[in-house]
Design a protein around this ligand. Structure first.
Ligand code: GDP
Length: 349
C-alpha cells in the first residue's frame, strides 16, 4: 500500500543522493585536468603554431590565409581526462565574387549541415584567377584537395630539427582522417594537433574541411558546417545566467564517452546539443540537480537514438546522428539504456 510507495521513494532518493556524490567525485578525480597539465599542453600547441606561421610566411607568402589560430576544448576549459588534443584552425581567404556556398539540402545528396562551395564566373575570371582554383574539382572547391595542399606542406617540414630545438618529438600522424601532428612534449604526454582548414562565408557560416564520415565518392566535395563556437557559447551563457551545472554535466558525459569504448562514437557536439535541447525543457540546473539532469540526459540520448535523430539546437534540420551507421545507433542506444538502471557502472574507471 501507501507505505510501500514511500519506501521505494526513499530508496530512489537515496540512490540519487549517492549518484550525486559519485558524479562530483568522478568530476574531481577523473574529469578535471590539472591546471599545470593544461598549461603545458597549450604551450606545446602554441610553439608548433608559431613554427608553422613562420614556415608558411617564408615559403608561401602569397597563399591567401588569415592568421592561423588554436581552438577546441583545451581552450574552452571543456577538455576532459587528459590534455591530449587541440585544433589548429587555418582560415582560407576566398574571393567573394568567385565562390558561393550551396546548402547540402539543395543538392542531390540532400544532407543538411554540409555544403558545396561552387566556383562562379569562370567565363570572366578563368581558372587560376583565384589561388584556390588549384583545389577545384568538377567546379567545386574540394576540401580533400585543400587538405592535400597542407599535407604536402607539412611533410616538407623538417620536424625532427624543429622538435629538437623545441625539445619535443614531433611527427605527422599517418593515416589520419584530417591532418594531424603528434607532439610528445613530456616523456609520457602526447598532444595531437589537427589541422582544420576553415572557410568563413559572407553570412558568417563556418565551414570546415572535415570529411563526411560515411564518405561515398559523391560526398567528397562536401564541406562540414561547424556550430562549435555558437553552441559552446550558448551553453556557457546559460550557465552564467543561473549558475548552472550544464558545462559540468557536459564534461562528465564527455569523460564517460571517452572512457567507455562502447560510447566512443558520441562526440562533444552531440552531447552539447542534447544538453541545449534539455535546457529548453528543464529549468533547474543548480549544482544539487546534477544527478537528476545527468540521468535525464542519458534518457534523452536514448530517445534521440531510438528516433535515429538528434536535431542541432541551432539548426534543427541538421541531424547530428546522420554519420552513424544503424548498427552504431543500436549499440549506443543499448549501452545507454542499460546504464539507466546502473549509471555508476559507466563512471567506473
Ligand atoms: P573534444 O575534442 O571532445 O574535447 O571536443 P571539442 O569541443 O574540442 O571539439 C573538437 C572536435 O570538433 C574536433 O573533432 C573538430 O574537428 C570538431 N570541430 C568542428 N568545428 C570546430 C571548430 O570550429 N573548432 C574546433 N576546434 N573544432 C571543431
Amino acid at each position: 500500500g501507501g507505505s510501500g510507495a514511500t519506501q521505494s521513494d526513499l530508496l530512489r532518493a537515496r540512490m540519487r543522493l549517492s549518484l550525486q556524490e559519485h558524479l562530483w567525485e568522478f568530476y574531481q578525480n577523473n574529469v578535471n585536468i590539472p591546471t599545470e597539465e593544461q598549461a603545458t599542453a597549450r604551450r606545446a600547441a602554441l610553439d608548433i603554431c608559431a613554427e608553422l606561421r613562420v614556415f608558411l610566411h617564408a615559403k608561401l607568402p602569397d597563399m591567401p590565409l588569415r592568421e592561423m589560430y588554436l581552438s577546441g576544448s583545451l581552450y574552452d576549459d571543456l577538455q576532459v581526462v587528459t590534455a591530449d588534443h587541440a585544433q589548429l584552425m587555418v582560415p582560407l581567404i576566398l574571393e567573394k565574387n568567385l565562390w558561393s556556398s550551396i546548402p547540402g539540402e539543395d543538392t542531390i545528396m540532400n544532407v543538411p549541415g554540409f555544403w558545396l562551395v561552387r566556383r562562379e564566373n569562370l567565363e570572366y575570371f578563368p581558372r587560376n584567377s583565384s589561388y584556390w582554383d588549384r583545389c577545384m574539382v568538377g567546379g567545386y572547391l574540394s576540401p580533400k584537395s585543400v587538405l592535400d595542399v597542407f599535407d604536402k606542406l607539412v611533410s616538407s617540414i623538417n620536424w625532427p630539427a624543429i622538435g629538437s630545438v623545441l625539445d619535443y618529438v614531433i611527427r605527422p600522424v599517418v593515416p589520419s582522417e584530417t591532418l594531424t601532428l603528434e607532439v610528445q612534449y613530456e616523456t609520457n604526454r602526447k598532444l595531437n594537433v589537427d589541422f582544420l582548414p576553415l572557410l568563413v562565408m559572407e553570412d558568417g557560416t563556418s565551414l570546415i574541411a572535415k570529411p563526411h564520415r560515411l564518405a561515398a565518392e559523391r560526398h567528397e566535395n562536401l564541406w562540414r558546417q561547424s556550430f562549435r563556437v555558437a553552441e559552446t557559447a550558448r551553453l556557457r551563457a546559460l550557465d552564467q545566467e543561473d549558475g548552472g551545472c550544464r558545462c559540468a554535466c557536459l564534461k562528465v558525459a564527455k569523460a564517460m564517452c571517452k572512457l567507455n569504448p562502447a560510447l566512443n562514437r558520441l562526440n562533444a557536439s552531440q552531447l552539447t546539443n542534447a544538453i541545449l535541447l534539455l535546457s529548453e525543457k528543464e529549468g533547474d540546473w543548480t549544482q544539487e540537480a546534477l544527478a537528476d539532469r545527468f540521468l535525464q540526459l542519458l534518457r534523452a540520448l536514448v530517445g534521440h537514438l531510438e528516433a535515429g535523430k538528434l536535431p542541432c539546437a541551432l539548426s534543427p534540420k541538421v541531424n547530428l546522428f546522420c554519420e552513424l551507421t544503424e548498427h552504431e545507433v543500436d549499440e549506443l542506444g543499448y549501452t545507454l539504456y542499460c546504464a539507466l538502471s546502473d549509471p555508476e557502472g559507466l563512471l567506473r574507471t
